[in-house]
Design a binder for this molecule. Structure first.
Ligand code: B12
Length: 439
């Protein structure tokens, strides 16, 4: 489309964004917010820019934002202290095409009387930001109302206690790739669209013709050239629930080592679900010979159940690979490679979750069809912090401590984001009733 894009990459401090602005003098700055926390950071950044008199138009987008928030709150933050000039404002783009439309208008490619995107009235229905909604739910979810979750019929016995690391040599990329969700990759990441006009058959033909060969090529290339460096840290801990808390015990000393404070559904139409309820209560009466499944010291302190946790990554190599393609102006390949690398991280999480079910002896309910695993056709659930049932990203700190993930090259940013980007973590619950839910 004739635009030059300077990609600064993810998690850029405002000082670096402005340094790049001074160097390249662009027509607009684009900001993307994927995680809820980024809405707060974006607001602070715009205030920082406004305080220093910056007037460059800013276009925002991403899962964490909504139009009303951008057009009201962010716009007000950016205009604070300025004279209210019309050329200093913040716009919302629902997708990349809207972003392009905004650029056409901002750069004078569209005659003034035909401009619709930059001139439209701000959306008035002021919704809460994703961050505010989350805070409100967390606050309400503090209340303890017992749910009707039945106790797990059986506590599985893990093959070991504590954590283990799995390195690239033990992980086969082609096997992991079988767990890629094709919809998420082809539609979500690569932008293939069925639209109104393509029948199911025609869509399948398009995918087979255009998308599948790219996927096959990327699997072959990454295997040969080491573009991805997969690794896993995972393990099993003795646990017990206490109202809205899940207590995690040290498998050796038996002492309480961490406590996850989990929110509960509060709406009356809901079932008052809380992840803690999927675990036996602290000190509950023994069922059968299950005492032998839990380390003795932890049992003595009230541990009655088992929790699995994992973190998976495609490694720094994945981030470097995609950065190189971008720097070489190879945007099409960048889009393919980036989408593939992030969906490979998700695929490894799906695959390793299956391994954990196998190790716990609960994989009997698994669908034979991998595609059905994407809709939870198996026993239990894999909950990631930041997702609706357990939205506190800060809880990543507990997983970091348990899994010691620095040893496979992962660390947390100040906003509790995992670095490298192509990483994801989860707690794995074996209880047969455990499925995804919203607060
Ligand atoms: C794929 C995915 C992942 C992948 C890849 C993420 C990535 N870095 O790309 C993996 C598996 C690695 C992942 C991990 C995690 N994820 Co995730 N993930 C998603 C998912 C399903 C899709 C995101 C995506 O890549 N979409 C495809 C891209 C192309 O679309 P897009 O981002 O929406 O962008 C389009 C538009 O929004 C717009 N746009 C976006 N930005 C901009 C900017 C400008 C200027 C313009 C013009 C347009 C524009 O244009 C784009 C193209 O049309 C979303 C849910 C969702 N539906 O969005 C959750 C989601 C983003 N993930 C979430 C979470 C919580 C996580 C984890 C923290 C989970 C965990 N505990 O491990 C980690 C964090 C990873 C990290 N590094 O810290 C939450 C975030 C919510 C929150 N609490 O903040 C979401 C929203 C899911 C949810 N409903 O809760 N995730």
């Amino acid at each position: 489309n004739g635009y030059k894009v300077v990609n600064l990459g993810i998690k850029q401090p405002v000082e670096d964004i402005i340094a790049a602005f001074e160097k390249h003098r662009p027509d607009a700055i684009g900001l993307s917010g994927l995680l809820v926390k980024s809405t707060v950071v974006m607001k602070e950044n715009l205030e920082w820019m406004a305080a220093r008199g910056y007037r460059v138009p800013v276009i925002t987008g991403g899962a964490a934002l909504n139009r009303a928030y951008v057009e009201n709150d962010l716009r007000a933050s950016y205009r604070a202290g300025l004279s209210g000039r019309a050329d200093c404002t913040v716009y919302y783009a629902g997708d990349a095409f809207e972003g392009l439309g905004l650029m056409e208008e901002l750069c004078g490619q569209v005659p003034a009387e035909k401009r619709t995107l930059t001139t439209r009235a701000p959306r008035v229905a002021r919704r809460k930001t994703a961050f505010e909604e989350m805070e409100a739910k967390l606050h309400a979810g503090e209340a303890y109302v017992p749910s009707k979750t039945p106790p797990a019929p059986r506590i599985p016995k893990p093959p070991f206690w504590g954590r283990r690391l799995v390195r690239a040599a033990e992980l086969d990329l082609a096997t992991i790739a079988q767990y890629i969700n094709p919809n998420a990759l082809f539609r979500g990441q690569w932008g293939f669209r069925q639209g109104q006009t393509l029948s199911k058959d025609e869509w399948q033909k398009l995918v087979d013709r255009e998308a599948v060969p790219v996927l096959k090529r990327l699997i072959a290339e990454t295997t040969a050239q080491g573009h991805l460096d997969p690794a896993v840290a995972y393990g099993y801990w003795p646990v017990a629930s206490e109202r809205n808390d899940l207590i995690i015990f040290d498998p050796v000393s038996g002492a309480e080592t961490a406590r996850l404070h989990l929110p509960r559904q509060t709406d009356d139409s809901h079932r008052h679900l809380c992840i803690a309820d999927y675990f036996r209560a602290r000190g509950a009466a023994a069922v059968g010979d299950e005492q032998s499944s839990i380390p003795a010291a932890a049992w003595a302190n009230g541990a009655r159940d088992v929790l699995a946790c994992h973190v998976v990554t495609m490694g720094e190599a994945a981030s470097r690979w995609t950065e190189r393609l971008f720097a070489a102006d190879n945007y099409q390949e960048y889009l393919y490679a980036h989408g593939f690398s992030v969906e490979m991280a998700e695929a490894l999480a799906e695959y390793w979750h299956k391994r954990v079910r196998q190790q716990l002896g609960i994989a009997g309910e698994d669908s034979m069809d991998i595609a059905e695993l994407f809709t939870q056709n198996y026993q239990g659930s894999r909950y990631s912090f930041g997702y609706p049932a357990c939205p506190r990203l800060e809880d990543q700190l507990i997983l970091q401590r348990l899994l010691g993930w620095e040893e496979i090259g992962i660390h947390l940013s100040e906003e509790h984001q995992l670095v490298p980007e192509q990483s994801t973590s989860a707690v794995i619950v074996h209880h047969p009733s455990a499925k995804y839910f919203n607060l």
